[in-house]
Design a protein around this ligand. Sequence first.
Ligand code: ARG
Length: 441
Amino acid sequence: MSTESMNSAKEKVVLAYSGGLDTSVCVKWLQDELGYDVICVLGNVGQEHDGLEKIEAKAKALGVVACEVVDMREEFANEYLTCAIAANAMYENKYPLLSALSRPLISKHLVDAAHKYGATAVAHGCTGKGNDQVRFETSIMALDPTLKVIAPVREWDLGMRPDEIAYAKAHGVPVPVSLDKPYSIDDNLWGRAIEAGVLEDPWNEPPEDIWTMTVSPLEAPDEPTYVELGFEAGVPVSLDGEKMGLVELVDKLNAIAGAAGFGRIDMIENRYVGIKSRECYEVPAGLAIIQAHKALEDLCLERDVLHYKLGLEQTWADQVYNGRWFSPLKLALDAFMGATQEALTGEIKLKLYKGSCVVVGRKSAAALYDQQLATYDNDDAFDQQAAKGFIDIQALSIKTWAMKQAQLEQAHAAAFVPQSSAAAFDVVEGGAVELSAAASL
Ligand code: ARG
């Protein structure tokens, strides 16, 4: 930081910087139109890039006061992905929330940088049509409600791309030669989101070139790939028996599952802002891990906990999708999820084959599965005679209701029988009811 900018009377803003055209124009716009000193935060959340140093140099060339390159991968894996795995996070039962998981983490670093540099405002490069603006701003408000939030792309009148390019050229922002990026992409360790371009027509099959983490199932090997995932307290800790940290495990599993053609999603999704959008995702490791994690829960969680948890998982995913990572409800749900995870230590065997992933084996010292209870063989420990009393009593309220229904119908039928379509009820022995429709057509 130069002494000049340190002592400058200008207010400071911290910008979430990606190195792309939009956020580069944001730098200039914040400097020239709003008169801010700009501090960039460039987060490494495991996205594809060709050199973070290059992006840092680009920010510096735009005259920013500072550019902080922050490696957020460990934090992303250990504090965000672990919570998502515990909650089997899947918005609308399909989308594993990859972008929604990184936004609160990046926001936290933006707020930290604002405090470090004494900035009064925080800015992001999201448009006004998506979920990400909601996630950044809600997170920032939760972490420091006194900070001002600026969304240049939503606020400026640079309209469509040509105006933005003209502004960039006029203000010395380098414009990449091949600007014709046909898709809007957001990616991190958990996967990639691909939208826009030809995908906007939901009838168009996704072109093969949108995928970078997964091979086409048609090109995948003819032999299945087996993977063993080890979990400790619900967290994946080993791959094929080898212990490793979550960042490395997700990286490796992305490569293995992606090579088997597994992990593609093509869906219509309900954005929080009310728009339905067509989204494609690749989440090879994420989908495999959630599938394995659910299989371990099936084995180890008591029935009522498992069932109750399923409902809360939807709420958790909605909260996070809608940008409410730091909300009191989401934090309370994390506490519930956490309490359910303690027993989840064990191994799950997955079989990956030409775009599919199936659980083919599971074991755990904490398994509630009891072969002696489940078996149909002779050493059955289950008391089948006890089933009758159990069924009679649990069905009593329904049986009582059914008998009363029959009496009422009978009384009703006796009062107003239309000759042609009378329904006759016979109360048979033991109280069971038989219905015979005497339809004369
Ligand atoms: N629809 C997804 C979500 O809301 C992905 C958004 C990805 N962002 C992007 N700029 N392509 O989480």
